[in-house]
Design a protein around this ligand. Structure first.
Ligand SMILES: [Zn+2]
Length: 567
């Protein structure tokens, strides 16, 4: 057995038992300490620190936690300038971290007109007109989320009403499923779309009896117009990223792992962090691009840049596709498509090669794998790279790890590989995944408990903007394996549920471990950043179905208030 296996288990054990700076930072008799900057008291404070899981109070100095314990002891640390926050018995948890999401994707989504839930074409047009009023003439308006099935009839709309309402802006509105676009005359004109335009392969232009485009483009035909939309300028992107951070703060997130960022994006995050306008702990995974990898590998791993706002020490690869489109690579064909077993997006040799180079350069390698074959291919590639270069503490990850063959479940712990899983995918997919896979393979689907029992940790996440940003959706899915309407009764394969304690760790301590950050964040522990969230309900005790109705009252980053509920 290679040596790294042992080392990893030891590290996980250490992570679960020790609080790195606790001994030094706790107040001790005869050692006068300067007063705290901030004391949070009278709360039900779930620290996620195994040494002291539930306390009444904690104190903060210089952006770090310096004490956790009783209200009486905390009070002794107060000075004339100390801010005291009375939590009034409310629940406090560590600042949450999304272990797998897309920062720039969310920024872009927030910039587009949200059409989800519109009940008529008039309502869609009204929202677009409202946006047009504050958009310079000639600039594109992009929206998404319409669904004609919610309009009382199921026919696609035609462009005339939209074109008349927005004569001065090209408009592109994506359907809720992303498989169709509704565009106006100005957009068609920009794209040169006429009766003479041929349908592209894999797409269809909806036409009237004379062959003129009516304004709806199906599948690949959307790209005829989409490619005319310019990317956001650096200035627009910056503003959009700030909006995305504000959204995260409002939902209790203080950090996220960005699952695939380009060099340009990483440099923008760095610039924002340097200017003090990021206010988020971003753990980036560099997107798989030969030039970018060379650049960053040469630079070496970098952690906690700009006072703990940016980590550049991980790479993101793709092994396969997704389950919904039957692109996930399976060991046996899809149950509802017997000639199809999905496909690999990267050659196994490529994954192994990047894994070897990552080990040599000190970078973590994180590979998207959904199907059981995709997962096996990644584990095999990691294993070969690790055999060639045994490395302690590599913390390589599989992103999603959705469908696992029973034989592969123990391999994560054996190899020291972290399954990074998004619980909300389970509740989104459970309605149809049985058709794709048949009953037997579902025993290895979203198999959180089977994995936890082997000794691994599971960083949780949302994969936003694919799913909602709210981390409590994944917390709820983790403990209930039910949707917002409590379906199915008793939970979907409920034996795979997480305990609430594990679910809380999966959004705090475990993403910190998966990002080499557990010395600095992930729990309310002396020595760590004072990142925390005040909730209006006790998510560790209320019935599971009330978790989704929990609201964030305030979010704090390094002891500084970054969000407060308006009411
Ligand atoms: Zn993703």
């Amino acid at each position: 057995m290679p040596t790294f296996t042992v080392s990893c288990s030891v590290l996980v054990a250490l992570l679960l038992t020790s609080a790195p700076h606790a001994a030094a930072a706790q107040p001790s008799a005869g050692m006068p300490q300067p007063p705290a900057d901030l004391i949070v008291t009278n709360g039900r404070i779930y620290t996620a620190d195994p040494a002291r899981p539930l306390v009444d109070a904690f104190a903060v100095r210089g952006g770090r936690v310096v004490f956790t314990g009783s209200a009486r002891e905390a009070k002794a640390l107060a000075g004339p300038a100390t801010t005291v926050v009375d939590a009034n018995g409310r629940t406090v948890i560590p600042g949450m971290v999304d272990g797998h999401a897309h920062f720039s994707g969310l920024a872009q989504k927030l910039r587009s007109v949200d059409l989800v839930g519109t009940r008529s074409l008039d309502e869609v047009i009204a929202r677009v007109v409202e946006r047009a009023r504050r958009t310079p003439k000639g600039a594109w308006i992009v929206g998404r989320g319409w669904d004609q099935n919610a309009w009382g009839h199921t026919a696609f709309p035609t462009h005339e009403a939209l074109s008349a309402a927005t004569p001065d802006h090209p408009v592109l509105l994506e359907r809720v499923d992303g498989h169709a676009a509704y565009v106006n005359a100005a957009a068609m004109q920009r794209a040169g779309l006429t009766a003479a335009t041929k349908d592209p392969s894999g797409g269809r232009i909806v036409r009237d009896t004379k062959g003129n485009p009516t304004g709806v483009l199906i599948d690949r035909a959307s790209s005829l117009v989409e490619r005319q939309v310019p990317p956001l300028s650096r200035q627009e992107m910056r503003a959009a990223l700030r909006d995305a951070v504000a959204r995260m703060h409002s939902l209790g997130l203080v950090g996220m792992h960005d699952a695939g960022a380009s060099r340009e994006q990483i440099e923008l995050f760095a610039d924002m962090a340097q200017q003090g306008e990021l206010n988020l702990r971003v753990y980036v995974m560099i997107a798989d691009d030969a030039t970018a990898l060379d650049h960053y590998f040469q630079m070496g791993p970098r952690s906690a840049l700009y006072d703990g706002q940016l980590w550049v020490r991980a790479v993101k690869l793709y092994a396969d596709g997704a389950m919904g489109s039957r692109g996930a690579a399976l060991l046996e064909p899809y149950s509802d498509d017997p000639n199809n077993s999905g496909l690999l997006l990267s050659a196994p040799a490529h994954i192994e090669d990047v894994a070897r180079r990552g080990l040599a350069a000190g970078f973590q390698v994180n590979t998207h794998a959904i199907g059981d074959r995709g997962n096996r291919v990644v584990l095999d590639a990691y294993e070969k790279a690790l055999d060639a270069r045994p490395t302690a503490n590599h913390r390589f990850r599989v992103e999603h790890a959705q469908i696992l063959h029973q034989d592969d479940i123990p391999r994560f712990a054996q190899l020291g590989v972290i399954p990074s899983m998004q619980a909300s995918h389970q509740t989104s997919d459970m309605y149809w995944i049985g058709k794709r896979l048949g009953p037997t393979r579902l025993y290895g689907a979203y198999a959180w408990q089977s994995l936890l029992q082997t000794g691994v940790v599971i960083p949780n996440g949302s994969d936003f903007p694919v799913e909602e940003v709210n981390p409590l959706i994944s917390f709820h899915a983790s403990i209930a394996r039910q949707d917002a309407r409590d379906w199915p009764a008793g939970g979907w394969y409920p034996e795979q549920r997480m305990s609430r304690e594990d679910a809380l760790r999966s959004m705090t301590l475990w993403p910190a471990y998966a990002g080499f950050q557990e010395q600095l964040m992930g729990s309310i522990t002396p020595g760590k950043y004072a990142d925390f969230v005040v909730l209006d309900q006790d998510i560790m005790r209320i019935p599971a179905d009330l978790v989704l109705r929990t609201r964030v009252l305030s979010t704090w980053l390094a002891g500084r208030l970054v969000y407060k509920t308006p009411h």
